[in-house]
Design a protein around this ligand. Structure first.
Ligand SMILES: [Zn+2]
Length: 237
């Protein structure tokens, strides 16, 4: 089967689309993952050297909570929390240009590129509690493609900030739209929020789903359905 034209692909029934040749369906579990974590840690380390104040503030919080920051188990906690917070928000020190631009290539390939099941961990900006889950990203190139390992890195960059799931989803989509000027970008995130699970409504198994659909994914129902089918989802907002 040869590469299908855009028009051709649009007319095909949705149930056939997953057989399209040339579809790049990837899992994010690559060696690159370890590499990027090491990089993040290094970056986080640099910031930490500049700023030792969080440690003292965490110590104050422990006291306010009625704890004794001098007891053995807590003695090194402020330092650890500071380090963790720098790591978890290292996305503030990164930008899209740095991550993507060295890996954007001219390419005439114009089938849907999809990267599924990118794990992400973020902090909700309302409670500073984690929300975490999977992110799925697809785009249809229009002359430019990006190295696939860069997409999980982009997700990490936005996830490692104080976030709302809706904003995280939109930011990833808009960044790709801007950098690649593709025919369209689709991003879906599915996440569990500890602020819902541990407190408040205590809904243990609620998974919140958000999507951002730009370009043809927004305008063309068939395109959107193809994407959702590839994700194995039945419904679409
Ligand atoms: Zn929250």
């Amino acid at each position: 089967m040869s590469t299908l034209s855009r028009q051709h692909r649009k007319r095909r029934p949705a149930h056939e689309t997953s057989t399209a040749r040339g579809l790049r369906l990837l899992s994010s579990q690559t060696v690159e993952d370890n590499h990027r974590d090491i990089l993040h840690e290094r970056e986080a380390g640099k910031i930490e050297e500049k700023n030792g104040r969080i440690k003292n503030l965490v110590r104050e919080i422990l006291i306010e909570l009625g704890e004794d920051p001098k007891r053995e188990g807590l003695r090194r906690t402020p330092k650890r929390v500071e380090r963790a917070l720098h790591f978890l928000t290292a996305g503030y020190q990164q930008n899209v240009k740095k991550i993507l631009n060295s890996a954007v290539f001219d390419e005439s390939y114009n089938e849907m590129v999809i990267v599924k099941d990118i794990d992400f961990y973020s902090l909700c900006e309302h409670h500073l509690l984690p929300f975490y889950g999977k992110c799925h990203v697809a785009y249809i190139p229009n002359g430019k493609v990006v190295g696939l390992s860069k997409i999980p890195r982009l997700v990490d960059m936005y996830a490692r900030r104080l976030q709302l799931q809706e904003r995280l989803t939109t930011q990833i989509a808009k960044a790709l739209m801007k950098a690649l000027k593709p025919e369209g970008v689709a991003v879906v995130t599915e996440a569990r929020h500890l602020c819902m699970m541990m407190r408040g409504v205590q809904k243990q198994n609620t998974v919140v789903t958000n999507s951002a659909l730009l370009g043809v994914f927004h305008d063309d129902r068939a395109c959107r359905e193809e994407f959702m089918q590839l994700l194995g989802h039945r419904q679409m907002g």
